[in-house]
Every structure is written in C-alpha cells, then in structure tokens.
Design a protein around this ligand. Structure first.
Ligand code: 5GP
Length: 175
C-alpha cells in the first residue's frame, strides 16, 4: 500500500489539458524516474498474477497501455498483443468505434492474435468513462478470446467506468 501511495503522489496532474475542465493525469512522470518505474512494474506484475483466471496473453491498449503491458507480458512470460487505433495494424483485423472522455475514436485488433478460448488480461494506463476498455473487451471477445480481467494504473472513480465492465477490474491508484 505504501508503494501504491508513492506512485499516486508522483503522478503529475495537469489542469485544462487537452481541453478546459479536464485534469490530465500524466503517467509519464513515473517513467522519468527508474526507481518509481520499477516499483510500478512490480505492482502491476503482482496484480496481474492475482487474477483468478490466469492470463495466457497480455493485451495492451494504444498507446500508453503498451508501456505497461509489455513489461507484464515479459514478467509473466506470455505473449503481448496490441489493440491499436484504427488503421495501424497490418493483416486481417476487427474494428470497433467508441466515445472517450474527450472525442471519439476506433480501436482495432488482429483477428489471429488471440487463440480461441485463450484468457486475456487487458492493460491500460487509465480508466475514465470506461468506453475504451469496454471496446477493448468487446474486440477480444470478437476474435474468440476470454477475458481474465482488466488492469489499470489509474482509475478516475467519479467517472464510474468500472460499471461498464463485466469482468474483474483492478487499478493501482484511484482519484
Ligand atoms: P475512457 O475511455 O475510460 O474514458 O478513457 C480512457 C482512455 O483515455 C485511456 O486509454 C487513457 O489513456 C486516456 N485518458 C483519458 N484521460 C486521461 C488522463 O487524464 N491521463 C491519461 N494518461 N490518459 C487519459
């Protein structure tokens, strides 16, 4: 818990970014300090191992989710699979559009990235309204995967994103 507190204290907040009224929580402030980044990695991997259904693959969300999902995939020695913004992935893909805290976007996954019935743990930096994560869950299911759960560095409690997700969700720090 003291490690989580340390991470929370060191995530810098920017007011009115990228739009007036938005408080942007910048996880890159943790990556600037290797000691804090190591602690964050340890916390994420520990949480990833605690899901009841053990993940066969780690899914990272474009783009900050990649920073954390790849570390956890290596620590667990399981494959890393990216979900990307539409138009970035080669080969056959499935896409879905969604609304986020500011604006709309579309996400895409490779149709052959996850084996039928494989258990996926989805990792991103932040849970806001939950639209991004919900879309990612739908895409994993669409290509035949199961969902072990979702893991976030940050959860913005007042946006109630967890209510959109019908799978176990863990976050390390909450605001
Ligand atoms: P949601 O779809 O849950 O509303 O928004 C989550 C997505 O938006 C995440 O992929 C996250 O990277 C991005 N996002 C929204 N607000 C913030 C923020 O304050 N800080 C960071 N780092 N990402 C944010």
């Amino acid at each position: 818990e003291s490690k989580k507190q340390l991470i929370k204290e060191n995530i810098r907040a920017y007011n009115d970014f990228p739009k007036p009224g938005i408080v942007f929580r910048d996880v890159f402030s943790i990556l600037q300090n290797p000691e804090l980044f190591s602690i964050l990695r340890e916390l994420l991997t520990f949480s990833a191992k605690s899901f009841e259904v053990k993940p066969d693959v780690i899914v990272g969300l474009d783009s900050r989710g990649f920073l954390f999902a790849t570390l956890v995939a290596l620590d667990l020695q399981v494959p890393f699979v990216p979900i990307r913004k539409k138009g970035k992935l080669p080969g056959p893909t499935k896409a879905a559009s969604y609304t986020l805290e500011y604006g709309t976007d579309a996400l895409e996954i490779s149709t052959d990235a996850i084996g039928k019935g494989q258990n996926a743990l989805i990792i991103d930096d932040l849970l806001g309204t939950g639209g991004t994560l919900q879309t990612a869950c739908n895409l994993v299911k669409e290509v035949g995967g199961n969902i072990s759960g979702c893991l976030l560095v940050i959860e913005l409690k007042e946006l109630n994103g967890k209510s959109k997700i019908n799978y176990p969700v863990q976050s390390l720090v909450q605001y």
